[in-house]
Design a protein. Structure first.
Length: 289
């Protein structure tokens, strides 16, 4: 009974195995990005960029259907365009960068929904917004795995300046010029991973598999390496449990994955070792002299 419920779907159905492999790839790449977004207090920037890629991805979807190359190219172009325009406006007018980015991402979201609504169907709109990881084919899975590999390699290269800039950007500017390139490379990785999660979870939920696991890790450790490991495990576990929940019920796969991650987050808020509510209510006994 337990085998049939928890393991059987993945041994019997190839589409479930592809979905699980995609979730693991997204977890390995997206969760570390989410930890750095949280560490750099850029969590809402990730959400904004997830909406910003919608017009380009929607155009690619309508022109080529479920062609991940077209959707990825469109999403990357739209994401980088919004990031560059928001930065230019912020530096030219004195407007805060977060306010500028909020304006552009709202406009992008409205434009993307309009494009799909006018030229597509309600099913197209739902697919673009919420994705369908169970419909992933081998070609799409290879692209997701490739993007995840590139993300991990680039993250390994920029890891040290990225950590230092997150903690003390002024110190990094005094000892090295790597801060600027590392920041730009990190923003590129954010966009790539949001587009990478587009097919699986859609634009509205792709950022969830990045931010929620990072929030979970925050309540269990203060060590960055441990946080990244916890976030990856939490993301993969959420993906696995979400797929099982979706298979056994009528809950769509994307929302099911995010709902499981939300439950893990709530458990972490309550019982986490670092700042959990129960831990604060019943602190351990301190050593006495």
């Amino acid at each position: 009974m337990v085998y049939d419920a928890l393991i059987g779907p993945f041994t019997e159905f190839e589409f479930m195995r592809r979905a699980l492999a995609a979730v693991i790839a997204l977890s390995l790449a997206g969760a570390p990005i989410g930890v750095f977004l949280m560490l750099r207090r850029m969590s809402l920037v990730g959400d904004a960029m997830a909406h910003a890629i919608l017009p380009g991805a929607a155009v690619g979807f309508l022109l080529s259907g479920l062609n991940l190359f077209a959707m990825t190219a469109g999403g990357l172009i739209a994401g980088f365009a919004v990031a560059i325009l928001a930065g230019l406006v912020a530096r030219s007018t004195g407007l805060k960068e977060d306010a500028s980015l909020a304006t552009f991402y709202l406009a992008s979201l409205a434009l993307g929904v309009t494009i799909v609504s006018i030229n597509g169907t309600n099913i197209d709109l739902l697919h673009v917004l919420f994705g369908n990881i169970l419909a992933m084919d081998d070609q799409t899975l290879l692209v997701v795995a490739f993007n995840a590999t590139v993300t991990l390699l680039v993250l390994a290269v920029i890891y040290r300046p990225l950590v230092i800039e997150s903690v003390d950007p002024l110190f990094l500017r005094t000892v090295s010029r790597a801060g600027g390139p590392a920041h730009l490379a990190f923003l590129a990785l954010v966009v790539i991973n949001l587009v990478n999660g587009f097919q699986a979870l859609g634009t509205l939920l792709a950022v969830g598999l990045m931010i929620l696991p990072a929030g979970i890790a925050r309540f269990w450790s203060r060590d960055l390496t441990v946080m990244i490991c916890i976030a990856v495990v939490a993301a993969a576990l959420s993906g696995y449990a979400g797929l099982v929940l979706s298979f056994q019920t009528r809950v769509p796969s994307g929302p099911a994955i995010i709902l499981v991650a939300t439950v893990l987050y709530i458990v972490s808020v309550l019982f986490g070792r670092v700042g959990g509510l129960v831990r604060q209510m019943f602190p351990g006994r301190h050593l006495e002299a």
